[in-house]
Design a protein around this ligand. Structure first.
Ligand SMILES: [Zn+2]
Length: 270
């Protein structure tokens, strides 16, 4: 289509086409302000890779806002944008460490091919496998958040290190009937030598026992992995069995397994 006339608007021209539609013309070299970070690239790079937000923005069909210095403004993460540009220029994928963040940006910009490439990176496949496994574990999100709530309130200093504890008992059956005078609502505790009583802070379970491979340790390790992924420095260990006994003969022991989560605050990134 031929243009009737063109207007100057800063660096780009605006062509008014027959019928009144406008076509924005951009320079070959584009100065960008992405979330406050400046980038320089070419129009060819920005419009590569098929249909996505950037190719649409610089297709000529839309006016693109400029900052006070005449740079085209994009409201996105300016630091991560370098990975987007690098991919558009050369096809290079981001490093494993920043792949999850770049994936979110690729989604934002509608760069579907980049998204697919990142999904097949080991770090993203591991992340996906972890999330799929977590979704099979009853109460996983609730239990993880509950552990954090308890840890946030129970700091102490052990061997000059700031730590938090959370003691967890494991319940395998919804209603364990262990005797007529066995108190199902008792507060589980470990009785460790020399006469140290450790009361549990919360109970995990029961979960779907048809998942035979999900033992106590497998379930709790999944929580540990999730918390470590979030940046916590955390260890867990078996504390023993609950020492509660029903009050009258034949005295029945609770024996629920108790585990101890320890958050190491000194080692965590602050
Ligand atoms: Zn108990």
């Amino acid at each position: 289509m031929s243009s009737n006339y063109s207007l100057k608007d800063g660096k780009e021209n605006i062509d008014v086409l027959d019928g009144g539609d406008v076509h924005y013309k951009f320079p070959a070299v584009i100065e960008l302000n992405v979330g406050g970070v400046h980038h320089t690239t070419t129009l060819t790079t920005l419009t590569k890779g098929g249909s996505h937000m950037l190719s649409a923005m610089f297709s000529g069909r839309h006016n693109v806002a400029k900052d006070a210095h005449g740079r085209f403004f994009i409201d996105a993460d300016g630091i991560l944008f370098k990975y987007i540009l690098r991919y558009l220029r050369t096809g290079e994928l981001p490093c494993s460490a920043c792949a999850p963040q770049v994936y979110r940006e690729a989604k934002y910009f509608g760069l579907e091919e980049l998204q697919r490439h990142i999904e097949w990176m080991p770090v993203m496949m591991a992340r996906s496998a972890r999330i799929q496994f977590q979704e099979k574990l009853d109460g996983f999100d609730y239990n993880t958040e509950r552990i954090l709530q308890i840890a946030s309130k129970k700091q102490c200093v052990v061997s000059e290190e700031i730590v938090s504890f959370c003691i967890i008992s494991i319940l395998h059956e919804p209603q364990e009937i262990l005797g007529v005078d066995f108190d199902n609502d008792h507060h589980c505790f470990a009785d460790l030598p020399p006469r140290q009583i450790h009361y549990c802070d919360m109970t995990v379970g029961p979960w779907d026992m048809s998942l035979k491979h999900v033992t106590d340790r497998v379930y709790l390790r999944a929580i540990v992995r999730e918390l470590m992924h979030r940046g916590f420095s955390i260890t867990f260990s078996r504390l023993g069995d609950c020492a509660y006994l029903s009050p009258h003969p034949p005295r029945v022991a609770c024996q629920r397994r108790l585990f101890k989560f320890i958050f190491h605050w000194n080692d965590s990134s602050s």
